[in-house]
Ligand binder design. Structure first.
Ligand code: GLY
Length: 438
């Protein structure tokens, strides 16, 4: 670590990902103080939380300066896309999270598709449209299913996989004509569908140097067996063995290294997390999407699997001192089960009282996402769609899964629901009962 001073950290964000980042800061001997903005009901019990609209860049910079912060960790994509990292650096602060030009990889899907094509990185064929008739006319020549993506940020909701031409046309109209995603859908990308199994590859990046964290898998649909509508993520586990040593090697040589070299060649000094969503297809791994921050809930299983100090790694990335060799990952596995509020992912109900167990079993942790704490009573209430994450580490994945479900069973709020099959596909693979779906 090339710093002699202890760190006074400000974490920007309010979800389970930021709670996991806070826990990592609290574990680090390099940290003198940590604050969060805006935080949530769980984080309030562990750190000072300050109100903040994360899209208000000047307010975030002012808060960081007022608190005497010397290191800012930016959790979500929206402030990064708005140039928060650039503004903080302009104010003389060290920041973990890419500059605006780097954040475009997530903030514009047409930009990232063009980037992938320019650098010959494997991905689905895609075409961009702003004009509705041209977009509709292009549909009939395409094989089903068809993937339609809003160009801009849409809180994980801007991707439609249409199984029929009618559904595809409806999605095109909804985005370009009805503007269901506002200006984020003023431009769309129409892509070929990729068959295979998805995995999340999280990299901690400093220019062309990087650390690859264990591959993980998210569970995006609300219901068991991947049924029902998409969510922000109903659970995750790591490591995911769909990324075999051979796939990993191809991810590094065909995707990661050309991506980082491409960023450098285009003058982008990327320092932060690069999340590459991949599809492991019959022809090898291909990029589904880029995100420019840790995945949520993937972050909550990856950080506890790091033996090395996460804060040191983030600071080294931010200051250009990352030494990837020697980064240590723990053996074993980690899992998180998202406990969701009544109605999620539709119209959610808030303000249900939450009961937590008095003691946590060894190796488990409760991470807060959508919670608030009543100031007068200290009592916790639901305050969002994804409310809590029951998280566990284990020597094996089946041990971690059993612990996480045992913990979930000790938590209560009215309307709480969660998937019962987190990591089931991997457990089947481990026992030899399941085979890859291609
Ligand atoms: N877990 C998916 C995401 O963070 O976008």
């Amino acid at each position: 670590m090339i710093t002699t001073e202890l760190l006074h950290i400000l974490i920007i964000g309010s979800g389970g990902r930021e709670h996991a980042l806070l826990q990592a800061c609290l574990r680090s001997p390099l940290v003198a103080s940590v604050a969060v903005a805006p935080g949530n009901g769980g984080m309030e019990a562990e750190a000072a939380c300050y109100p903040l609209d994360v899209g208000d860049v000047p307010a975030a910079v002012a808060l960081a300066k007022r608190l005497g912060t010397n290191f800012v960790i930016v959790g979500p994509e929206v402030p990064l896309a708005l140039g928060l990292a650039d503004a903080l650096e302009g104010a003389g602060l060290v920041v973990y999270g890419p500059c605006r030009a780097g954040a475009l990889l997530e903030a514009s899907k047409t930009h990232s598709k063009a980037f992938l094509e320019r650098h010959n990185i494997p991905t689905a064929r895609g075409e961009k449209f702003t004009e509705i008739n041209a977009a509709l006319a292009s549909l009939s020549g395409r094989p089903l299913p068809i993937v339609i993506k809003a160009d801009g940020l849409a809180a994980g909701k801007g991707v439609i996989i249409a199984r029929t031409y009618e559904e595809a046309a409806k999605a095109v109209r909804a985005m370009l004509d009805e503007r269901v995603f506002g200006e984020s859908g003023a431009e769309i990308l129409i892509e070929d569908f990729m068959e295979g199994e998805e995995a999340s590859i999280m990299l901690m990046v400093s220019g062309q140097r990087y650390v690859m964290l264990p591959p993980s898998q998210d569970h995006k649909r609300v219901g068991d067996g991947d049924t029902g509508p998409n969510t922000g993520g109903m659970g995750a586990y790591a490591p995911a063995s769909v990324v075999t040593p051979d796939v990993r090697q191809r991810v590094l040589s065909e995707i990661v290294e050309p991506t980082l070299a491409g960023l450098v060649a285009e003058g982008v000094d990327y320092r932060g997390t690069l999340y590459v969503g991949i599809m492991v297809t019959r022809d090898g791994p291909k990029v589904v999407e880029f995100n420019v921050r840790f995945g949520d809930p993937e972050c909550q299983v990856l950080l506890p699997l790091l033996e090395s100090d996460v804060v040191q790694l983030m600071h080294d990335c931010a200051t250009g001192h990352l030494v990837p060799e020697g980064v240590r990952i723990k053996p074993g596995a980690a899992v998180i089960i998202t406990l969701a509020a009544a109605g999620y992912p539709g119209t959610i109900r808030k303000n249900d009282g939450i009961t937590l167990p008095d003691e946590l079993p060894r190796g488990t942790q409760i991470l807060h996402s959508g919670t608030r704490r009543d100031v007068a009573t200290g009592r916790l209430f639901t305050n969002g769609g994804r409310v809590l994450g029951a998280t566990a580490l284990g020597e094996t994945l089946s041990e971690a899964v059993a612990s996480a479900y045992a913990l979930a069973g000790k938590i209560h709020f009215d309307g709480m629901h969660y998937r019962r099959d987190i990591a089931a596909r991997q457990l089947g693979r481990d026992s030899g009962a399941a085979s890859r779906n291609f």
